[in-house]
Design a protein around this ligand. Structure first.
Ligand SMILES: [Zn+2]
Ligand SMILES: [Zn+2]
Ligand SMILES: [Zn+2]
Length: 195
């Protein structure tokens, strides 16, 4: 994920006092015991080198310019830890999983996510894919066998008609992947619904 600030706050700079919640007691990523801290931002805690590096990559002289706090009913907050320049990159991270936009209506390939016009379906699970290469691609490969196992219970064309075909895919990928990765599973457990 890349977040860039592309517009400067125009007008008078007002010193507003935001309620930025409270410190996170454990590691900022997994909430495990935060045994290490950071000389720049002492309230940031890390369970070990892997989660420290997400905040301060090895080749960076200083951490990404934020600290993480928590607030009841909201969850975790990224709070600017210093003034941030216009256009400054403030964070990058690897996505846990990626998937098609859940609001898609027309057929899109579950692997490469390109639109498809020929109504091609995966021979194993029956969901839209471009061709045999995409059937066994790295994205669709995550959920294909589970969808195939349940093929008789899922009416793909009806879901498509109702406009909800793509709704479960990204969430399903996250659940399948995180189950075998305890660190990622604990992150999912702490995600809050936003309505
Ligand atoms: Zn951690
Ligand atoms: Zn494809
Ligand atoms: Zn499939």
């Amino acid at each position: 994920m890349k977040i860039e600030i592309i517009e400067e706050n125009i007008g008078e700079h007002k010193e507003e006092k935001w309620d930025t919640g409270t410190e996170v007691a454990g590691c900022w990523v997994c909430l495990g015991p935060g045994v290490e801290t950071n000389e720049f931002y002492p309230e940031m805690r890390y369970c070990g080198p892997q989660h420290r590096e997400m905040h301060q990559p090895e080749d960076h002289d200083e951490p990404w310019p934020f600290s993480v706090r928590q607030k009841e009913g909201v969850g975790r907050l990224l709070v600017a830890a210093r003034d941030i320049e216009k256009g400054e990159l403030i964070f990058t991270e690897q996505a846990l999983a990626c998937g098609p936009n859940h609001t898609l209506q027309a057929d899109h390939c579950l692997d490469c996510m390109k639109p498809i016009e020929d109504k091609n379906r995966c021979s194993a699970c029956g969901w839209p894919v471009c061709n045999t290469e995409c059937e066994s691609g790295p994205n669709h490969g995550i959920e294909c066998s589970l969808l195939a196992e349940n093929r008789s219970k899922i009416d793909v064309e009806e879901l498509k008609e109702e406009g909800v075909l793509y709704w479960p895919i990204s969430a399903l990928r996250l659940l399948i992947l995180a189950k075998s990765r305890p660190g990622d599973w604990s992150i999912l457990q702490r995600m809050l619904g936003h309505r």
